[in-house]
Design a protein around this ligand. Structure first.
Ligand code: PLP
Length: 380
């Protein structure tokens, strides 16, 4: 068996998405900025994709800007807001992905942005009273707090956070890379100023993402050049990526309830079997709490052992692909700023199982069986 449980890093392309993309790789090659027929056809496809994505998150098409990935969209929101509006205070958390943490830290260094980190408890739950305290003393603030954590799976209450930000006239950006396509987003219901999507996290292609930017939020471009994306993001568009991303989001939203039920079932099975088969197993953050964590992610904490570092390798040689923390940091606990911020015991091993609609109960059983076998060997 060849098992892939690293869907928080990236997901396999849905064949229906590939079918939607192929004509734009094979036949429709016009440059969307060209005014002739070849160009106009491609321009129409881009604008249809924009409408589809906007409709799925209840936004207006003009509020969607295509980017090369989630990282670029996060950077655009942070640099664009802070610099265009000359904001002097930024609030984020130590649990954010580097796509947010590093631009915020770069802004603090280069632009004298005062940076505050929101407090959280040892399970990674944000302290929203602290957010209020920080905002009361400093209203002109850029707040960036993620919807769900890619390593431990914690789900944060962005409706409550956006309400607090609104009361204090703060600009609110939320990194929704791990929830786009897996949870319903409605920007009319939840008044965020910016949110993001990255197609490869919901069975779309790599190298394409988008930023939702609430109308009225003026931000300078991140990339200068041609007038693409209404002068907001220069460069010839990744046409097949854009078409594929819209198709992938459409499929994800269409089957969301069914996929959620299937994947949550796999996650519950993982938890039950791991608890039965491995003594001392625990779960990081709120990972094992239904409704408080991504149904797609389970972050497993294994008891201290000299051989913990070899767990990922051992699973790999049994054709089971998993991650230790986030894909952007290599190795196990050592590379994870999230696990360190939670104060996790560095001697414990961490494995992140992240699931998709394509995983099966047999794959869960196979992975747990191998892990338990290794672990028994390791601890014997
Ligand atoms: N934000 C989060 C929470 C992520 O999990 C990731 C990718 O793992 C990113 C941002 C970056 O997205 P991309 O790979 O599209 O640049």
């Amino acid at each position: 068996m060849n098992v892939y449980f690293d869907n928080a890093a990236t997901t396999p392309l849905d064949p229906e998405v590939l079918d939607a993309m192929l004509p734009f790789l094979q036949n429709h090659y016009g440059n969307p900025s060209s005014i002739h027929g070849h160009g106009r056809k491609v321009r129409a496809a881009i604008e249809n994709a924009r409408k589809t994505i906007a409709h799925l998150i209840n936004a207006a098409p003009a509020e969607i800007v295509f980017t090369s990935c989630g990282t670029e969209a996060d950077n655009y929101a942070a640099f664009g807001s802070v610099r265009t509006l000359s904001l002097q205070h930024g609030i984020t958390s130590k649990l954010e992905h580097h796509a947010v943490l590093h631009p915020m830290q770069a802004l603090a260094k280069a632009d004298d942005l005062e940076l505050s980190y929101l407090r959280h408890d040892e399970q990674g739950r944000f302290d929203l009273e602290h957010l209020e305290e920080l905002l009361v003393s400093s209203p002109r603030t850029f707040v960036s707090l993620m919807h769900a954590n890619n390593e431990i799976g914690n789900l944060n209450d962005i409706a409550a956070i956006s309400e607090i930000c609104r009361q204090h006239q703060a600009v609110f950006h939320t990194d929704t890379v791990q929830t786009m396509g897996h949870y319903k987003h409605d920007v009319q219901q939840v008044p965020v100023d910016f949110l993001v999507g990255s197609a490869h996290k919901f069975h779309g292609p790599k190298g394409i993402g988008f930023l939702y930017r609430r109308s009225g939020q003026t931000v300078d471009a991140l990339i200068y050049g041609g007038s693409q994306e209404r002068n907001q993001r220069a460069g010839t568009e990744n046409v097949y990526g854009i078409v594929g991303m819209a198709k992938a989001l459409e499929i994800a939203c269409r089957g969301m309830a069914e996929h959620q039920q299937h994947i949550q079932g796999l996650k519950d099975r993982f938890i039950t079997k791991l608890q039965a088969d491995i003594e001392g197993v625990a779960f990081n953050g709120t990972s094992a709490e239904t409704g408080q964590s991504l149904y797609t992610v389970l972050s497993v904490s294994l008891p201290p052992s000299e051989l913990n570092e070899m767990l990922l390798f051992n699973l790999d040689i049994n054709h089971i692909s998993v991650s230790g923390g986030s894909a952007c940091t290599s190795g196990a606990n050592a590379g994870s700023h999230v696990l360190s911020a939670l104060g996790c015991d560095p001697d414990r091993g961490t494995i992140r199982f992240s699931m998709s609609k394509y995983n099966t109960a047999e794959e869960v059983d196979y992975a747990v069986e191998h892990l338990a076998k290794m672990y028994r060997k390791v601890t014997a």
